[in-house]
Design a protein around this ligand. Structure first.
Ligand code: G3D
Ligand code: MG
Length: 219
């Protein structure tokens, strides 16, 4: 799995990937965090914000937090995260808060076999929104610390990520929100997809073939 956010020495990161990540002088990136209840959205957000594990209570509406990364290749980059509750009665909110978002993080509980199909249905439903069909998507295959966690390749298959619109850039990252493993790597990929999307002259020229889709499974 990836390293803990903010704990990796910069030398491990190569030290050269800096300014090209930030060609747009925008104060922050707007990112919504979606996923079924208890998948680990709030834990991931608090981990990013405080660089330590913070216990959560079920999110009744949404949390919003601005997080400026202090270390690593994205040092200085600010994300404004909207962590939307995942209980079924709150899911209608997803659409509202996803409008005009720069990126979507969809968190999966990798041991929750029973609700994978439900997660798939909700993911495809939200991505069918006309303004989201080319929005960069980061899937966090969370709870990889637990025995029986499905690996990212299996989750790609179950969620039908290969069937997403060709215009949809996506990436999947294995994570443990409790330790923070994989979160930084995932955000790096999301940032890259956002930057790439913005630097393209038109949406139609982006990610035309399946070959150009983002898929890695780092554990
Ligand atoms: P949500 O915001 O998506 O609804 P939460 O989910 O962040 O509230 O997390 C739900 C539960 O999953 C919490 O446990 C939390 O500690 C746990 N959790 C989140 N991420 C991980 C992970 O990567 N690994 C493990 N083992 N547990 C995780 P409780 O017991 O407080 O309900
Ligand atoms: Mg929550």
């Amino acid at each position: 799995m990836g390293s803990i956010l903010g704990k990796s020495p910069s030398s491990e990161r190569g030290g050269t990937r800096t300014s090209w990540h930030f060609p747009f002088f925008q104060s922050h990136l707007h990112v919504v965090m979606l996923g079924l209840d208890s998948s680990g959205k709030t834990t991931a957000l608090l981990r990013l914000q405080f660089d330590q594990y913070v216990s959560t209570i079920p999110t009744l509406g949404f949390n919003t937090e601005k997080v400026q990364l202090k270390e690593g290749p994205l040092k200085g980059r600010t994300f404004k995260f909207w962590d939307i509750g995942g209980q079924d009665k709150l899911r209608p909110l997803w659409k509202t808060y996803s409008r005009k978002t720069d990126g979507i993080i969809f968190v999966i509980d990798s041991v929750d076999d029973e609700r994978m199909e439900e997660a798939k249905m909700e993911l495809h439903k939200i991505l069918r929104q006309p303004d989201l069909t080319s929005t960069p998507l980061l899937v966090l295959a969370n709870k990889q610390d637990l025995r029986n966690a499905k690996d990212p390749q299996e989750i790609v298959r179950i969620l039908g990520l290969m069937d997403l619109a060709p215009s949809q850039p996506w990436h999947i990252e294995a994570t443990c929100a409790v330790t923070g493993d994989g979160l930084e790597e995932g955000l790096l990929k999301l940032n890259e997809m956002i930057v790439q999307k913005r630097s393209q002259p038109s949406r139609s020229s982006l990610f035309r073939s399946k070959d150009s889709r983002r898929f890695t499974a780092s554990i």
